[in-house]
Write a protein that binds this ligand. Structure first.
Ligand code: PGA
Length: 252
């Protein structure tokens, strides 16, 4: 049985006070689910320590929105996995579509980040997803397949136990236009099939697949009701404790 995994990606939002208040509200409001599902919040780098201190001892995990692939050194502005672990992170998002399409990250860079995340003892959330033009052109599966192959190159069967794959259609992110549960299931089923081919049936069966893109309390239940949707990666709606807790409740 795959454990439900709901993560909130705060992106470049909040300040210290609102980040701490939001994390505390999420921790308090989801305490009744401790051990039943995995819940994580991903604040901006600069608020990780404050959030970690604020919810210390709670069952809510803390994740980073990105990570650099080198451990340390002369890489001005970058943050390595060991640093993230040092401030209390358990996971790191790798290859989010905004990093791919706004910042310009390549599949190869995403692959290096996943490897560095695993080497640093953190759990990667590996994001894949197609642009609207790619979906309209009937290329969704080809795009996702390429991202999967490149992103997971050199990742072993054993390491796959630590990897979550998030399917986030780019056209659904921050647009209010959620993929229908059927569209999400189609791609999630495809990802699981590809994982079986790339690894084996057990890896395919055990890997947690999150959906992300305009998830709200009102659509979370239907998305989570799909057989291959095991969790959610939530952007905008994770910035309001009430909405994020509503999504968590709908996912039980
Ligand atoms: P959204 O973002 O929920 O605001 O669409 C999802 C994401 O980018 O992870």
């Amino acid at each position: 049985m795959r454990k439900t995994f709901i993560a909130g990606n705060w992106k470049m939002n909040t300040d210290i006070a609102s980040a701490v208040a939001l994390a505390k509200a999420v921790a308090a409001g989801s305490a009744y689910l401790a051990g039943k599902m995995t819940i994580a919040v991903c604040p901006p780098f600069v608020y990780l320590s404050a959030v970690a201190a604020a919810i210390k001892g709670s069952s809510v995990a803390i994740g980073a929105q990105d990570v650099y692939f080198e451990a340390n050194g002369a890489f001005t502005g970058e943050i390595g996995a060991a640093m993230l672990k040092d401030v209390g992170c358990k996971l790191a998002i790798c290859g989010h579509s905004e990093r791919r399409h706004v910042i310009g990250e390549t599949d190869d860079l995403v692959n290096k980040k996943i490897k560095a995340t695993l080497a640093g003892g953190l759990l990667p959330i590996f994001c894949v997803g197609e642009l609207l033009a790619e979906r309209d052109g009937g290329r969704t599966e080809a795009v996702v397949d390429k991202q999967l192959k490149a992103g997971l190159a050199g990742i072993s069967v054993a390491q796959m136990a630590s990897v979550t794959v998030a399917y986030e259609p780019v056209w659904a992110i921050g647009t209010g236009r959620t993929a229908t549960p059927k569209q999400a299931q189609e791609v999630h089923g495809f990802i699981r099939k590809r994982l079986a081919a790339m690894y084996n049936a057990q890896v395919a069966e055990q890997t947690c697949l999150q959906y992300g893109g305009s998830v709200k309390p009102s659509n979370a239940g239907d998305l989570m009701g799909q057989p291959d949707v095991d969790g959610l990666l939530v952007g905008g709606a994770s910035l309001k404790a009430e909405d994020f807790l509503g999504i968590i409740k709908a996912s039980v």
